[in-house]
Ligand binder design. Structure first.
Ligand code: NAG
Length: 369
């Protein structure tokens, strides 16, 4: 039986905030006054999500979550669901104190929404989890999401106070459906029934950065099913994440689209780390792969039902403990980032340091994060 909010259930893998910061963290974590200027975070994203500066400015409603309860149909003021569905327009959501939120039904997140969990310790678990459905310009930052469970179909409150009939869901921590420009940064994700992040149904321009993924069979799915051709335009950046311990597979698993997997740390795997089907292109760049002590040392996995025309290549990766990476396809597609998306890729040898504070940060009062 899953238990929500065990004190000290999560022990950070790196205790001290590291002095060397990656290209995203450098943008805000060094500023001791980040609390007074929370919206500056939106200028810090890189990769395919680009900058999220559309989420900030005068038109933004600041909303603080004060009440950890949930009502999926008639959310009360002060709850997280009230913030994501009843508040209209651009919204920046923060949390007043430490809290554990058990969601009754998936939490629908609409466009121009920032969920900023920095400061207190915010856990969402032991129930339904997050769903970004047909929305764009979303930031999800600083949450601990775990023990997400499947949900039956049902009516829930959606953005702009509209009730929506949802089908059943599998129990993913964060699920994106037909979503674009979404930045998922500094979250700690583990032990969900299905996967931790699902990017599906034509979703694109996504950055998944600085997260800590652990204790999970199927970690991250990019492209939901082999028949969904629209996902060939999917572009996702997976950067500065920490995978492990106890992750089995899909870090990520890619169908159809393009993934730039860069500067991540892999603390072992069971079946594989990076894999795919349906001709995906994957550029694996300057990651640090630590193979498991025993068992499969190969990083990649490919489903061979449709030949070998897909591209799968490695540049500047470090392979420790006997890890190997089989490349296929000719040449490697570059991400072709715009100036808003591009960033300095670090050497793989510094990835341990640059991912040492991945996951939800501890930000004690009046200190840097
Ligand atoms: C980047 O541009 C090259 C050359 O046009 C192209 O072959 C490649 O597919 C592009 N990369 C992506 C991710 O679209």
């Amino acid at each position: 039986m899953a238990i929500l909010c065990i004190p000290n259930a999560i022990v950070a893998h790196g205790s001290e905030p590291s002095k060397a910061m990656n290209a995203i963290d450098k943008c805000w974590r060094g500023n001791p006054h980040w609390r007074r200027n929370r919206q500056q975070l939106a200028t810090c994203s890189v990769g395919f999500a680009g900058k999220l500066t559309t989420n900030i400015g005068r038109a933004v409603t600041r909303y603080q979550v004060t009440d950890p309860t949930d009502d999926a149909l008639n959310p009360k003021p002060g709850t997280l669901r009230y913030g994501t569905t009843i508040i209209t327009g651009k919204k920046w959501i923060t949390f007043k104190r430490d809290m554990c939120i058990k969601l009754q039904k998936p939490l629908l997140i609409g466009s121009f929404t920032t969920i900023d969990g920095r400061g207190p310790r915010v856990e969402i678990g032991d129930g339904a989890c997050l769903l970004v459905y047909k929305a764009s310009n979303v930031i999800i930052h600083g949450l601990r999401i775990h023990h997400c469970q499947p949900q039956g179909p049902g009516l829930v409150m959606g953005p702009d106070s509209k009730h929506l009939q949802l089908g059943p869901v599998d129990g993913d921590a964060i699920r994106l459906v037909s979503a674009s420009k979404v930045w998922i940064d500094h979250n700690t994700l583990y032990k969900c029934t299905d996967g931790l992040i699902d990017v599906t149904r034509g979703s694109t321009d996504i950055t998944i950065s600085n997260n800590w993924f652990r204790s999970q069979d199927k970690v991250m799915l990019l492209g939901h099913d082999d028949e969904y051709w629209r996902d060939k335009n999917m572009k996702v950046t997976v950067a500065f994440n920490y995978f492990g311990p106890n992750c089995n597979q899909r870090m990520p698993r890619v169908r159809h689209g393009y993934a730039h997997v860069v500067n991540n740390l892999y603390q072992g795997w069971e079946q594989y780390a990076i894999g795919g089907s349906m001709n995906p292109s994957i550029k694996s760049e300057a990651n640090y792969f630590i193979a498991p002590e025993s068992g499969n040392k190969e990083v990649t996995w490919r489903q061979n039902s449709y030949g070998i025309s897909w591209k799968f290549f490695s540049v500047g990766d470090v392979f420790a403990n006997g890890a190997s990476f089989t490349q296929t396809g000719r040449g490697g597609a570059k991400p072709n980032y715009t100036s808003q998306q591009g960033f300095q890729v670090a050497a793989a040898t510094s990835v341990r340091l640059l991912t040492s504070s991945a996951g939800a940060l501890r930000c004690p009062r009046r200190s840097t994060c």
